[in-house]
Design a binder for this molecule. Structure first.
Ligand SMILES: [Zn+2]
Length: 150
């Protein structure tokens, strides 16, 4: 079995809501880090499981949607407070990413995993890759991982 891993970093704010009690109910920021690990049995003619440059789409997606964004649960009451308070549309520049679940490290790992599995170039890439694992760090010491058993 071969494994390759690429790391991605971004800055973002989030908060936990829906009855969550604790300091993470306040908007706060993290220097997030993610490790994407792909595994497979066979290498291509170039001796690679996958060219690292084929994972540039992950960095682009993170930059487009999560970097310097406010990441909220889609039903977070704060969302409507912000929308209703924005009479002068000053928040139009506020990059917000809404999630179907609470924006925990676990759910961020799941969202990124799902994106990678759907977008990873078909054909050559999936011929050799049979496992994807995504680990997201909220802090230097706290991380969550999502993968599916094959
Ligand atoms: Zn947090």
């Amino acid at each position: 079995m071969f494994k390759i891993t690429k790391e991605f970093k971004w800055e973002a704010a989030h908060r936990l809501s829906d009855g969550y009690v604790g300091k993470c109910a306040s908007i706060h920021g993290h220097s997030y880090r993610a490790q994407v690990t792909l595994a497979g049995l066979n290498l291509d003619e170039a001796g690679m499981l996958m060219d690292f440059s084929d994972l540039k789409f992950v960095k682009k997606w993170i930059n487009d949607y999560w970097d310097h964004a406010l990441i909220l649960w889609q039903d977070d009451p704060l969302r409507m407070v912000l929308v209703n308070a924005d009479r002068n549309h000053e928040l139009d520049v506020q990059k917000t990413y809404l999630m179907a679940e609470q924006p925990t490290a676990e759910n961020l790992a799941f969202v990124l995993y799902t994106h990678i599995v759907w977008v990873l170039p078909p054909g050559k890439a999936w011929d050799s890759v049979n496992s994807v694992k995504v680990r997201v760090w909220e802090t230097v010491t706290c991380s969550a991982t999502y993968w599916e058993e094959s």
